[in-house]
Structures are given as C-alpha cells and as structure tokens.
Write a protein that binds this ligand. Structure first.
Ligand code: ADP
Ligand code: ZN
Length: 732
C-alpha cells in the first residue's frame, strides 16, 4: 500500500536510482501526474534517457534550477519496498554498487515499451458462404474449445488446415480476429490437485513444511535426504501450501538442463506450467515473466539464480534445490551466492526457504547444527530402491596397460552389467580428450597464449581449447616450440579419451558421452538424457553434468575413474566438494528396482575423505570437517573475502596489491588479517595478470564495512581492475 509519504506530486523532488555507473541517486522532478515510490521511470541523463527507480524524496543538494523532470513513468508495477530493501542489503553484503544491483533486477528488455499485441482468433457470429471439410474442421476446433481463442499458428495446427483457410473464414465473419496483449498471465495452477501418495516419512516432512508456511514468517529449513528419497515430492507440498495461501513460489535449480524435467513434474502436480526463467528463455518471454511476476500473473517461477531478483508481488517460498551446488555462486560480474541471497530475500519478504540436498554444504549443515535453520531428514530411498553399495578399487594393485584408465576390476563389473542388460556410468570430471598435450621431442606443453593454463585437446572438434578463456586453435602437427613434426602426444585422460578406451574395450556396447561442451542446447542435452533413461545406451560416460539430479532407472553401476582428482590442490573446500560429488555420482546408481554399486578408483584408499565417502557416515564426515575448519578459523566458522586485482601491466598490478596490503589499518581495526598479494592460482587470464589478496576475519566481524573503508581512498588507474569476492567459493 502506498501512503501519502510515498507519493510525489508533479514538480516534487525525487531521488532516482539509475542503472548507470554513478555512486549516488540523482534528483529529478516528478512528472505530470506525479509518481510514487518505487515507480520505474525513464529519466534524462546528459543526452540520453536511462532507466531508473524512484528511490525516495530528492536529496535537494543539487542546483534546483538545473533539475530536470522525469521523462515518463513506465507502465509496470512499481518496485515494492521489499525488493528495494533486498537490493540495498544485497549490495551492502556483496559490496556491489547499487546500479549493478538494479541491473540484475531489471534484466528484461523493453520494460517501458507499450504492451506488444498479437492477433488471436475465436468463433465469430457469421456463417461461411460454402462449407468445405477444411472450414468445418476449423469451426469444430473453435466449438470444441468453447470460447477459447487461438493464435493463427495454433489454430491451423489443431485443425490441420492452412492459414489461408482461417483468413477466408475471417473475411466471412465466421471467425473473429482480435488484438490481444502478448504478455499474458500464466495459466492458473491448482494446489488442490492431489500429488503422489507420500510415504510416512515424506508425509511427516511435508506436514512440517506446510506448517512453516502457514506461520507466514521467515525461516529456513534444510531438507536433507539421500538421492531418490523424494525431496522433490516433499517440497512440492510446500509449494502447494504456498499457492493455496495465494502467494508466489520460486524454485531455483542449479542447471538449466534440469528445468525441463522439473517443469513437467510441476505441471503434472498443479495442472499448469510454471514460468521458466534462465538465460535460454527468449527476451519476449522474459519480459512477460517479469511483468506477470509483478502483477501476480505468475504463481511459480522455476529458474536459475538470477530469478532471485524478479519483482515478486508476494513471495511466500523459495526452494534452493541441490543447495550445495557450486554453480549457485555467480563468479562473474556481481559476485553472489544465490543460496545466501535466497535467505536474505526471504528474510525481508517474510517468506520460507527450503534448502534441499543429499549432501548439504558445510555452511548449511553448520547453520542447522547451530539452530539457525530447521532441519528435516529423509532417510530412505523411495520404494524398493536402496542406496548403492560403495567400494574402492585400489589402483596400486591393479594392472593397467599404458594410457588406459579403466582397471581390470572395473572392466569386469561393466562387462557383468552388459551381460545383464543393465547400464553403467563411467564418471570422469574432465572435458575434452586430454588435459595436456606434450611434445615428445622437447617436452614443451602447449599452453594458452593469453592465460597461464594448458590448452586441452578436444578431439571431436579437432581443436585445442583453453578452459579459462575459451580460446581455441586447430590441433597443431608441429611443436610450436621446437618445430619438430609428429611428436605431439596427449597426456592423461579426458572424457573423450575415456570414451575411446571404452569403445575399444566393449566394441558391442552402445556408448553415450555426456559433457557440457558436446551439446549445442539445453534441449538437445535433455533429449539425450531422456533417451538414455529409456535405455538407449549401455555405457554412459560423463562429467559432473551427470551427477546432478538426473534419473537413470536402468543404471546399476557407477565407476569413478579418478576419485582422487578433487583432493589435489589446496582449496579450502576440496574435501567437501569431493565428498559431495562422489556421493552424488554414486547416487545415480540403483534408483529403481535394481540395486546399485559404485566403484571408486583411487590411489589412496586410506585417505580420510575417501574413507568417509565409502563408509557412508555422513554426519561423521561433516563433524570432522567442521572441527578442522573451526580450528583453522575458516568458513563457516570465520569469514573470508578475496580481492582479485588484474591488469595488463604486471608491475602495476603488484604495486597496487602491495600498497593495499601495507595500508591495512581499516582491516586491522576489526582484527582481520590480509594475506598476499600472491599470484592468483591462474595467474594470467585473457592476457591480464591476476594477483589476489585474502582477508580473514572472525565470524562476527563487520567485514564488509571494514573493506569499504579500506578501499575507499582507492582510485584505479589505467586498465587495473579490482574485484571483491565476499565468501569466496573457489580460489581462482
Ligand atoms: P529426490 O528429489 O530426493 O532425489 P525425487 O522426489 O526425485 O527424489 O524422487 C525420486 C523418484 O521417486 C521420483 O521418480 C519420484 O517421482 C519417485 N517418488 C518419490 N516419492 C514418491 C511417492 N511417495 N510416490 C510415488 N513416487 C515417488
Ligand atoms: Zn586462455
């Protein structure tokens, strides 16, 4: 509700937050007809017109005679206080300038355009002069669907006639042509339709979630359940309660490839399709969703992390599925973690959050331990499915031919599945053919010209690709260093090379290779996944893409080619991520009647993480990991921020890093420590040198404020750039 204070009469001074890189709001005069707080407006800025939001009364610190009026108020719902507040808090938390934050909330082009129209067709009053079969079919379709209107395309499809038949009927008045706005509300979802009959455990968890929703207050619940335990079925009940209360729900998924399957489930449950929001959605559709969310014409949004910034009218619930997934961390532009921002948004909106995972992040686990989050556990898989048995293959005892990676033990297990007509999955988290290409004459390893990274051979494309910057070049035949021909050799396995070995070992088997770079579109990938689920492959070879949520009922064996891969390196979360990934991948096996087995090839079967994975003692793993982090004072028991400075001039980059490290008074004042500068793990990307500083502080320390004060005097010269990453996930 707007109060009098929120309304501005024509000529009143208003402060407008724009999407332009300015460090303050600008004053304008309210236009003819006035405006209200939160209105989306177009304002003149220099010679241009830019998008902004009325943020409050004018500051009045400008020469009043120079203040220009707002050009126009856009015909969309004003931004609610809840969202303005969220953007402000999110900007403070992530140390992001407001304009960049506002851009996230206005990622639907043409917001100010008048509603676009399209032609629709319905039954008219007239009769055709002459009846033909084609004409009769058109009229029958219109009859059958009562008063419903169709687009020309829909109607011609449904009636099986050409569009000219319909146009002919329009001329004679038998069909009526009308203009209708393109941005139509989404079909109404019906929460009273019944879902699957829940098991006792599931029903108990669902009842708790429903109660939480009815409380109408903020709260976060960690819904932990093994893969296949029915977490989705359970949180769908929370969505139902949310809809029944007349509120909107947002479901975040970590991977676009998962949305199509999920949307089908939502449609089956509520009788209508939800809105779908991610980078693969057309701009017209994005605009429609953005508007409909604001008007209440969309009840459920399924999407990627950026859906958090949509202008919900009454948000009641946010689900973060696979909440541990690292893709929730946005690593470009505005650096934020969608899981944390979901909690922030819900807290301000009085909404509930459900974080669902089989292998929660240590952050969420610790929040549940500390009583900040509620926790619900689903302990058993649904139906007859049982969790796969997990075993290690000790690679020190296996005899492998050079340049092969499938051990005899694993080979035999695959063969046994082939004979029974069951599927196997070979998992290797490395795209391409080989991670390294080396010259056998001089030892040179082919690197990227712009990054400190090796080029990865992709044999399907016959190119070398840099996984950092995307640069590609044709596979050379001559060593770029010594010029010797025919001596370049691949070292180590990527998924394509593994596929080659598999094909040679099992010539009769049908293979499917799943890697993100091998599919042009999410749709193509989804089709492939459905085919595999239906039995179109005997052996699936995949990267972490397959670890996420897909259901392969015929799959009974998972072979992890290199379980040690994630344990190398010094990343704070190496153990946690390996644990999560291995348990997730193993969870692909035995999801239906057939029991599953997961075999992990490892050179260090006694490593504590490998042992924890195999033992299945999840709580034990988290407790041990938590104790280590607590002792080290690192997240989630301490706070961290990463500062990455980059530029083309290495000396300038280091100078800036050193200056900042020396002038650390603002940080020391809160007891924080600065480490570095040191070259970032990838010290050069796209020709820019990169160094990083790491800041460590105690848990309760006001880290953001201190960093703001520390960086306030900073003026970046030349092409130097500085990015602040609060709660960094990876250390690239
Ligand atoms: P999770 O999200 O925990 O991995 P899902 O909700 O996807 O689990 O459930 C796994 C499979 O079991 C799905 O195919 C789902 O439809 C089915 N399932 C789960 N619970 C039930 C139930 N109560 N009745 C019927 N099918 C169920
Ligand atoms: Zn590169």
């Amino acid at each position: 509700m707007t109060t009098e204070r929120d309304m501005f009469d024509q000529g009143d001074l208003v402060a407008v937050q724009t999407t332009q890189p300015l460090d303050r709001t600008l004053d304008y005069r309210a236009p003819e007809g006035g405006c209200v707080l939160g209105d989306f407006v177009e304002v003149p800025l220099g010679p241009r017109k830019v998008l902004g939001v009325v943020w409050g009364p004018g500051r009045g610190d400008f020469d009043r005679s120079k203040i220009r009026p707002v050009t126009r108020v856009l015909d969309v719902a004003p931004m609610r206080e809840e969202l303005r507040h969220f953007l402000t808090r999110a900007a403070e938390y992530t140390l992001t300038p407001m304009p960049a934050m506002l851009r996230l909330a206005t990622r639907a082009p043409g917001l100010g355009d008048p509603p676009s129209m399209r032609k629709i067709y319905r039954k008219g009053g007239g009769a055709p002069d002459r009846m033909t079969d084609a004409r009769r079919r058109v009229l029958e379709v219109l009859e059958e669907y009562g008063g419903l209107a169709f687009t020309l395309h829909e109607l011609s499809e449904m009636a099986g006639v050409t569009t000219s038949v319909i146009k002919g009927l329009v001329k004679q008045g038998a069909v009526r042509e009308e203009d209708s706005p393109r941005d139509l509300p989404f079909p109404t979802m019906d929460p009273s339709l019944s879902g699957k009959e829940l098991t006792e455990d599931q029903a108990a968890a669902a009842a708790v979630l429903r109660d939480h929703l009815r409380s109408g207050r903020y709260g976060t619940t960690l819904l932990k359940g093994v893969t296949g335990s029915g977490k989705t079925e359970v949180y769908m009940e929370a969505v139902a309660e949310c809809l029944a209360m007349g509120k909107q729900a947002l479901v975040l998924l970590p991977e676009i490839a998962l949305t199509a399957g999920f949307i089908t489930r939502v449609e089956a449950r509520f009788g209508a399709r939800p809105a779908e929001w991610h980078s693969g959605v057309t701009v017209t559709e994005r605009r429609r969703i953005w508007r409909m969310i604001g008007q209440g014409g969309a009840q459920v949004v399924v999407g990627a992390r950026s859906a958090l910034f949509l202008p919900f009218r009454e948000l009641g619930l946010i689900i973060v599925d696979e909440e541990h997934d690292s893709s929730y961390k946005q690593e470009d532009g505005v650096l934020y973690n969608a899981r944390d921002m979901a909690v922030l948004r819900a807290a301000g909106a009085g909404a509930r959050v459900v974080l669902a995972s089989a292998t929660p992040s240590l952050e969420s686990w610790a929040n549940a331990e500390a009583g900040k989050y509620d926790r619900l556990d689903l302990k058993a898989r649904f139906g007859v499915a049982v969790l796969p048995e997990m075993r290690a293959i000790d690679m020190r005892a296996e005899k492998l031919q050079p340049s092969t990676w499938i051990s005899p033990t694993l080979r035999q297990a695959v063969r046994a599945r082939l004979e029974k007509g069951e599927q196997s999955l070979l998992f290797l988290n490395r795209r391409g053919y080989a991670p390294v290409t080396i010259c056998r004459a001089c030892g040179h390893q082919i690197g990227c010209d712009h990054c400190d990274a090796r080029m990865v051979e992709h044999r399907f494309q016959n190119r070398l690709i840099c996984h950092q910057c995307g640069e590609t070049k044709p596979m050379p035949t001559v060593c770029p260093s010594c010029g010797v021909e025919g001596k370049l050799a691949p070292v180590g396995p990527g998924i394509e090379r593994l596929a080659e070995e598999t094909a040679a070992a099992f010539p009769e088997a049908r293979l499917a290779v799943l890697s993100s770079d091998l599919f042009g579109s999410a749709r193509a990938l989804k089709e492939k996944i459905e085919e595999i689920a239906a039995g179109a492959a005997d052996i699936v070879i995949g990267t972490q893409l397959v670890a996420k949520g897909h259901n392969f009922p015929l799959l009974t064996l998972v072979g992890v080619i290199d379980a040690d891969l994630g344990l190398q390196g010094s990343d704070l979360r190496a153990a946690e991520h390996t644990f999560q990934l291995m348990r997730q991948v193993a969870g692909r096996a035995g999801r239906a009647e057939l029991p599953g087995l997961a075999l992990l090839q490892t050179f260090q079967p006694d490593h504590p993480v490998i042992r924890a994975i195999l033992s299945g003692d999840e709580e034990g793993f988290w407790r041990a990991e938590a104790a280590e982090r607590q002792a080290a004072g690192v997240p989630p028991y301490g706070r961290m921020a990463g500062i990455v400075i980059s530029g083309t001039d290495l000396a300038a980059v280091f100078d800036l890093g050193n200056t900042l490290a020396r002038n650390d008074g603002a940080l020391r004042a809160i007891g924080a420590q600065v480490f570095g500068p040191a070259p970032a793990p990838i010290a050069r990307v796209r020709g820019r040198h990169r160094i990083r500083l790491l800041i460590k502080a105690a848990k309760g320390a006001p880290l953001q404020e201190a960093i703001s004060r520390w960086l306030a005097p900073l003026r970046l010269k030349g092409d130097l750039r500085l990015a602040v990453d609060i709660d960094p996930q990876s250390f690239l």
